[in-house]
Design a protein around this ligand. Structure first.
Ligand SMILES: Cc1ncc(COP(=O)(O)O)c(C=O)c1O
Length: 377
């Protein structure tokens, strides 16, 4: 792979050394072009080419299926990660005394929907991390006979710890517990094959590692569970004969499509599809190994500069997010100083968070390290 040429697809590289994909990614050029194409067509032709855009949405669904290793009809387009998690939180037939197990270090998108079930008698079990890791044994111990669901991120947003989805998924299957993955911090940069890994539900917006715009995401539901989940947010487009407006026939689509209640964010979906296509053409394995090289280099340089690496960098734990302990105890100040020097990083949980994508370079990483190791620090 020619990573230098790839940079042409990311105009952001002309202005910034951008290491903040764990917050919001820049659009790739193909994504921007796809969106412009949609805007131009809508401006000039209104609804005349609607069929073409419907086909485009189905093409992107096919790409999502390839990315996840599932059937395209197992995927619904959603407006963000929270929507997908909400579909599950509001769709399970809870009984008082049930519980949900998740990690204490999860992003709030994967905590509040469960806390919101308190009035239905559902308890939320927040498993604390140990040694900067979410331990499988702790998840196992938190599960009991009343656990209905384990809900975890593919990668923890602040520490960058990569959960072992295969092991947790198998554990859930053994115990008869559903497993939901908030995949927004991993999808696009870490391989995931739902044909191999037992996941029941998955939700991810496209605005981080998938290099899409905000407001266009994907929700996966295992086909066998479609009928078990009470359908929430039902609309005109949830039924089999959705285009036959004059004939009412309330038969829900027999797949994830029933959760696409009405008009879709076609501009966002087409842009997301263009970035997905780019990533799939490179190959997610290649993207992943490139990012591991970059983040390993970052950690080596940071260690040499005496900067403490918070993230677990064991081969099975590491991800595209690196959390560093700020040497001067002022991560916000460091983020500001970096930005003034053209380098975009972020801070989370009182630490620096660096999140490069595959088009970043080791030279950019070195530039960042000079700033973090500079006289102001
Ligand atoms: C783990 C995780 N989940 C979800 C989100 C965002 O949720 P949404 O797509 O609903 O805005 C973030 C954003 O930072 C995140 O890190």
């Amino acid at each position: 792979m020619d990573w230098t040429t790839l940079r042409d697809q990311f105009p952001i590289t002309q202005r910034w050394a951008y290491f903040d994909h764990a917050a919001v990614a820049p659009l790739s050029l193909p994504a921007a072009r796809a969106m412009t194409e949609w805007t131009t067509d809508k401006t000039e032709n209104g609804e005349v080419n609607a069929r073409r855009w419907d086909e485009r949405v189905e093409e992107v669904r096919g790409l999502a299926g390839r990315l996840l290793g599932c059937n395209p009809t197992d995927v619904a387009f959603i407006k963000n990660t929270s929507e997908g998690i909400g579909i599950v939180a509001e769709g399970i037939a809870w009984r008082p005394g049930d519980n949900v197990v998740t990690a204490a270090e999860e992003y709030p998108a994967n905590i509040y929907p469960w806390m919101n079930l308190k009035d239905r008698g559902v308890d939320v079990r927040l498993v604390p991390s140990r040694e900067r890791r979410v331990e499988i044994d702790d998840i196992r111990s938190a599960i009991d006979g009343r656990t209905r669901l384990v809900s975890l991120s593919m990668v923890e947003y602040a520490s960058g710890f990569r959960n072992d989805l295969g092991t947790v998924g198998s554990l859930c299957r053994e115990r008869g517990v559903h497993f939901l993955v908030d995949a927004i911090q991993g999808l696009g940069v870490l391989p995931l094959d739902l044909g191999q890994i037992p996941v029941d539900f998955l939700s991810a917006d496209g605005h981080k590692w998938l290099l899409g715009p905000e407001g266009a995401g994907i929700f996966y539901v295992r086909p066998a569970l479609v009928e078990q989940l009470h359908p929430v947010g039902i609309g005109w487009n949830s039924v089999i004969g959705s285009r036959n407006f004059a004939k009412l026939d309330f038969q829900l689509k027999p797949h994830a499509g029933r959760w696409e209640s009405g008009a879709l964010n076609v501009a966002g979906i087409t842009a997301l599809g263009a970035s997905m296509q780019l990533l799939l053409e490179i190959g997610i394995d290649q993207v992943s190994s490139r990012i591991m090289d970059l983040t390993d280099h970052l950690c080596e340089q940071a260690a040499q500069a005496g900067i403490e690496i918070y993230s677990s960098r064991r081969p099975e734990d590491r991800s595209s997010i690196v959390s560093l302990v700020s040497r001067d105890g002022d991560p916000r100040g460091q983020v500001r100083r970096c930005r003034a020097a053209g380098v975009v990083i972020n801070q989370r949980a009182g630490r620096l968070r660096i999140s490069p994508h595959c088009y970043n370079t080791t030279a950019e990483v070195d530039r960042l390290l000079e700033l973090l190791d500079g006289p102001n620090q």
